[in-house]
Design a binder for this molecule. Structure first.
Ligand code: SF4
Length: 369
């Protein structure tokens, strides 16, 4: 991990924890205790691990980054619904965000997979300063563990919809998803990876043995508009994207969730609804409609409630499984990328504005009304 000589205590597997216990001269059961502190009790520091001997805790301190050293909390922002956004500093100074989204007794954690993003979607705040680097597995796992520590319990759902394109960091994302499944005990179907449309990633994901879920950011029913909103469409246009989604549903027998951000005057007319319907009608899928979350510095706005409803009702009345979501957290800068962006500009005054701003609405729109 850049910036430190020590590696994170979120070691790749059980074997790693056992080797760590052995290196400290401890018996094997200490690895189980450590594992329990990390993934069940969500300890933030080695000091909290009260049933580990002092000598083992000192060994851990000297040789590994504790959870709260893996990610240092810089700032939180909460809104009335209980949605909390966390801004973390990584060991090398990079900033990332995580969102905790409560819904009744349940909680969804939206994790970042990269520091910055180079995909340049036109309505995403995450990439204003471009791509910095991929997160390693420990940095992804630590986000959910530390949010769980704050919230007092493990998440029910994990969504890879924070900063970054998960399939551009495929191995670390899959390793983290497996850790959420195996160590946190979160069902594979409660873990969703969301892509902006990286076709090779979708095809690879279709071959994974776990039943992880797939979400695809679509946002436009035709290539001309989608390429304008999402440059990734120039590399993998809608026809190729749909073919990959079909392959995914055929191989896995699972459905694809399409995210569609509604932008006033841009993609939410009756014509757009008809085109979307034609595109998706033969696919095993559901559609999440998300009114755009306003982002400072961008002129696009969400359509009126009536337009959003009419768009959704048209799709539903023609048999498409459609849900109209509402944005969460926009009022606290809690849409993905906004805290990071605000902090980055205050840290690096004069830095050039970058290029993107989308999972703002994606992530903040997770919960149904
Ligand atoms: S929405 Fe933002 S973070 Fe996601 S791929 Fe597009 S630019 Fe990257």
């Amino acid at each position: 991990m850049a910036g430190y000589n020590r590696q994170s205590v979120y070691l790749p597997d059980r074997d790693g924890l056992e080797k760590c216990a052995a290196a400290a001269g401890e018996k094997k059961f200490r690895a189980s205790q450590l594992e329990n502190w990390l993934y069940v009790r969500f300890a933030r520091s080695f000091d909290e691990m009260s049933n580990l001997p002092g000598s083992f805790r000192r060994f851990l301190c000297e040789n590994f980054l504790s959870p709260c050293e893996t990610l240092s909390l810089l700032e939180t922002a909460a809104d009335r619904s209980g949605t909390v956004k966390y801004l973390w500093r990584l060991c090398d100074g990079e900033l990332i965000e995580t969102v905790g989204i409560p819904s009744g007794e349940r909680m969804t954690v939206c994790v970042s997979s990269q520091a910055g993003c180079g995909f340049g979607c036109a309505f995403c705040a995450s990439c204003k300063n471009g791509f910095s680097r991929n997160l390693d597995c420990a940095e992804i796992v630590a986000q959910a563990a530390l949010v769980s520590a704050q919230a007092g319990g493990k998440p029910d759902n994990i969504v890879f919809m924070g900063i970054g394109e998960p399939f551009a960091n495929y191995d670390n994302v899959l390793a983290a998803a497996r850790r959420f499944n195996g160590c946190f005990g979160i069902g594979a179907r409660k873990i969703t990876v969301s892509t902006c449309g990286v076709v090779p990633g979708i095809l690879r994901y279709a071959c994974e043995p776990e039943q992880f879920e797939l979400a695809v950011s679509l946002h436009a029913p035709d290539d001309e508009m989608r390429s304008r909103l999402m440059p990734v469409n120039r590399r993998w246009p809608i026809r190729e994207l749909m073919a990959a989604c079909r392959e995914y549903t055929a191989r896995t027998n699972r459905i694809v969730t399409f995210e569609y951000i509604l932008v006033d005057g841009l993609n939410c007319s009756r014509r757009h609804a008809s085109e979307l319907l034609a595109l998706l009608k033969d696919l095993k899928c559901r559609v999440n409609l998300i009114p755009l979350n306003p982002v400072n510095g961008f002129f696009w706005r969400a359509p009126s409630r009536e337009i959003c409803r009419a768009f959704g009702e048209f799709l539903t009345s023609h048999g498409l499984n459609t849900t109209l979501r509402h944005s969460r957290g926009g009022n606290v800068n809690a849409s993905c990328g906004q805290l990071r962006r605000a902090r980055a500009s205050s840290l690096c005054a004069g830095e050039t504005a970058g290029n993107c701003l989308e999972n703002t609405a994606q992530c903040a729109g997770k919960e149904e009304k």
